[in-house]
Design a protein around this ligand. Sequence first.
Ligand code: NAP
Ligand code: MG
Length: 402
Amino acid sequence: MEKIKMTTPLVEMDGDEMTRILWQMIKDELLLPFIDLRTEYYDLGLKHRDETNDQVTYESAHANKRYGVAVKCATITPNAARVEEYDLKEMWKSPNGTIRAILDGTVFRAPIVVKGIEPCVKNWKKPITIARHAYGDVYKASEIRVPGPGKAELVYTAEDGTEIREMIAAFKGPGVLQGMHNLDKSIESFARSCFNYALDQKQDLWFSTKDTISKKYDHTFKDIFQEIYEKEYKQRFEEAGITYFYTLIDDAVARIMKSEGGMIWACKNYDGDVMSDMISSAFGSLAMMTSVLVSPVGNFEYEAAHGTVQRHYYKHLKGEETSTNSVATIFAWTGALRKRGELDGLKDLMSFADKLEKATIQTIEEGKMTKDLALITTIENPTVLNSKDFILAIRENLEKMM
Ligand code: NAP
Ligand code: MG
């Protein structure tokens, strides 16, 4: 059989621990036998990040901007324990944070729906995608533990020295204070990423904030979305037969619970953090989620939503068998390959991505799965496979489709 051709390389960002092991297995068993795989390889494994003073992370993000599509393996975000474990020169920043800052995007996470892994919410028939704004708010806030009586004000000083002051509270005793911010530019790119993604997926877009209470902060988010929608997207949404819908976050939560699913739900940074964990656990597990970072100019970085599965890696190092779920990592590859195919007009590559996803889902629906899924499936007597055998079972199904 002739291998499927590629014309532009994917930016390949390798990673750490158990997911690095899965990464190689996926390439060896599911990609290289079928595709003339072209990638520009960046080793984001912690050791190599340390050797290059994290330059490799920056270079990989800039390559993503040049080529448009990247696929990323999970990586360690170092903490004190990792600094010791890897004898690091520095506690390097989160690679995801670095890449996000360079691409300036929004993260979209959607559950991978499989028969036999049923959502806890009975009426959810279609996946719900969370679009999480990845800049500012409480994640970039300043805080004060107020020791006792005193006055707290919000002060903005313009470059010419003029001030705007707003009274926060007159403290009669101890308390807490927090100051947070966001930027029009970041909110605008968040909005455009969401509108573009909705058009790409042909799904309705919902957006929710608490604008009735936060009349300036959250209201600005609402206004920016509305303005960009009217000016740039309304017509395209109508042509695509999809809708944009704004509502209060509490109303959105109530409606989502009663819905059939199938929409993209745009959330501010904190809301998106919380709601994506709710959605993923209600649909099954983090290993059954797709995750893609979309930049406002249309660069894509596909990844798994989970981490490097450290506990399994240590078992692997001791020579013990692991049963680690590779679905999210496989779907990172298929997402990237399909997007590359779409941009380069390579139908065979797109169709290969579809087949690999189908083969993966079919394998699980036949009752062959990793341990994490076997614990939650409604399929009776599932066959629990180890990490490698699960990938080999997918290969068997894939070969039948090719
Ligand atoms: P994790 O790697 O997501 O794993 C947490 C637990 O979830 C695992 O111990 C395992 O449970 C289960 N799990 C996650 N993915 C699984 C899979 N594919 N198959 C089967 N079980 C899976 O999170 P962590 O242990 O908190 O973090 C480990 C490292 O990952 C950290 O260094 C962190 O910095 C990094 N991280 C990276 C990313 C990223 O690059 N996108 C995201 C998050 C964390 P059991 O042990 O019970 O089997
Ligand atoms: Mg979280």
